[in-house]
Design a protein around this ligand. Structure first.
Ligand SMILES: [Cu+2]
Length: 156
């Protein structure tokens, strides 16, 4: 009796081992968000828990997370104007942030950390908070665009 392993099976086993290894080594990934005119690029950032986001070209801008559009227990971020800063995001969830002085021009973005449970319900919930706090109205377009983006990526 002979046992034969198909070549492709061996290759996939090696690939799997290599991937598991690199997943362990690369515990955290760095992402960059750049302020360009009155926009954050990219507007939506998909990261894994433990990843870092570096905010760059922040002259005249800041990052302020919106309490009603952050996961429960999330510690609010409110950075100094003009400061390039980095943050590590530890827990899963969807976080909407704005540039305080340019919120009227809808300068904001959304961070999706990990694979939060029922993201559609989270987005609906965030949308519903607009009724009670009109100051977050500029988030409406962002939330709509994020929903489309997540649908396109098969995340919703
Ligand atoms: Cu700004």
């Amino acid at each position: 009796m002979t046992i034969t392993f198909s070549k492709s099976r061996i290759i996939s086993a090696i690939l799997f081992a290599a991937l598991s290894l690199s997943a362990n080594i690369a515990m955290s990934t760095e992402h960059t968000v750049t302020a360009v005119a009155v926009k954050f690029k990219p507007m939506f950032v998909y990261i894994e828990p433990g990843d870092t986001i570096n905010f760059e070209s922040m002259g005249g801008h800041n990052v302020e997370t919106i309490d009603l559009m952050s996961p429960e227990g999330f510690e609010k971020i409110n950075s100094e104007l003009g400061e390039n800063i980095s943050f590590v995001f530890e827990s899963e969830g969807i976080i909407v942030f704005k540039c305080t002085p340019h919120w009227g021009a809808r300068m904001g973005g959304i961070i999706v950390v990990g694979q939060p449970e029922d993201p559609s319900a989270i987005l609906d919930g965030y949308m519903a908070t607009l009724e009670s706090d009109r100051s977050n109205l500029p988030a409406k377009g962002l939330l709509k665009k994020l929903r489309k983006d997540m649908e396109k990526k098969g995340l919703l």
